[in-house]
Design a protein around this ligand. Structure first.
Ligand code: PEP
Length: 256
């Protein structure tokens, strides 16, 4: 039985006041009954992790970073390490987001180094994979997603299934309002699960696989009710506490 996870990726949005008021509003809206059934996380910009984390102390809501560098410390101007994320209370970190791959040159090898560094610091990576529209139209979805998975998980152990989370985010669905159909998403989630099974055996059934790409309250129920969809990585809709809370509620009612 996989526990659903809903993570809000706030990207480069909000000033400090905006981040804090979004958390306060979420704390008022999220019903403890839903939080008994669903893991919920928010990912503000690096600068806001610490103050947002302070507001979340004593609550079940988890703190997530949007990126990381793999070294522990040193002369790496502008970077933040897993140990520093842990120090401010992060328990999750997004890696390999398509925006980082396309705008900042993130490679599968870099994702792999980040994944290993995070796991060794006790932080769970949320590893994003997904194809572009051209790749989908060229019939290359499984090639692309398969090789992103192989690259990210090279020499990564998986004993319990909780070491990492996968997020399938078709690039053509991110921030576009064009969501994958539940069948399109399930097809890739099921492929991801089989690939994990080939790597790790039966424990792959414990790994959570999130869907991301224009998730909204009105399209999420049919996605989360698919067999291999275990939650969502939510961008735009996570910036509104009413929409995000509704998505969490749907995960609690319809989730795995
Ligand atoms: C994301 O950036 O991870 C994402 C899924 O964004 P959106 O929900 O806005 O498509």
């Amino acid at each position: 039985m996989r526990r659903p996870l809903v993570c809000g990726n706030w990207k480069m949005h909000n000033d400090l006041r905006g981040s804090l008021s979004l958390v306060k509003s979420l704390l008022l809206r999220l019903d403890p009954v839903w939080l008994d059934k669903v893991d919920v996380a928010v990912a503000p910009v690096f600068l806001h992790l610490s103050p947002v984390g302070k507001l979340l102390e004593g609550t079940p809501i988890l703190l997530c970073a949007q990126d990381v560098f793999w070294e522990r410390e040193g002369a790496f101007t502008g970077e933040v390490s897993p140990y520093m994320l842990r120090d401010v209370g992060c328990s999750l970190c997004i890696v390999g987001h398509s925006e980082r791959r396309s705008y900042f040159g993130e490679t599968d090898e870099g994702v792999n180094r980040k994944v290993k560094a995070l796991i060794s610091e006790g932080i769970t990576p949320i590893i994003c994979v997904g194809e572009t529209l051209e790749e989908r139209e060229a019939g290359r979805v499984f090639d692309v997603v398969g090789s992103q998975l192989d690259g990210a998980l090279k020499n990564v152990e998986c004993c319990t299934g909780n070491e990492f989370v996968i997020a399938y985010e078709p690039v053509w669905a991110i921030g576009t309002g064009r969501v994958a159909t539940p069948e399109e998403a399930q097809e890739v989630h099921s492929f991801i699960r089989s690939r994990l099974e080939a790597m790790y055996g039966g424990v792959a059934r414990e790994v959570r696989i999130l869907y991301g790409g224009s998730v909204k309250p009105d399209n999420f129920a049919s996605l989360i009710s698919q067999e291999d969809i275990d939650g969502a990585l939510v961008g735009g809709a996570s910036l509104k506490s009413d929409a995000f809370s509704e998505i969490v509620k749907i995960a609690a009612l319809e989730g795995c």
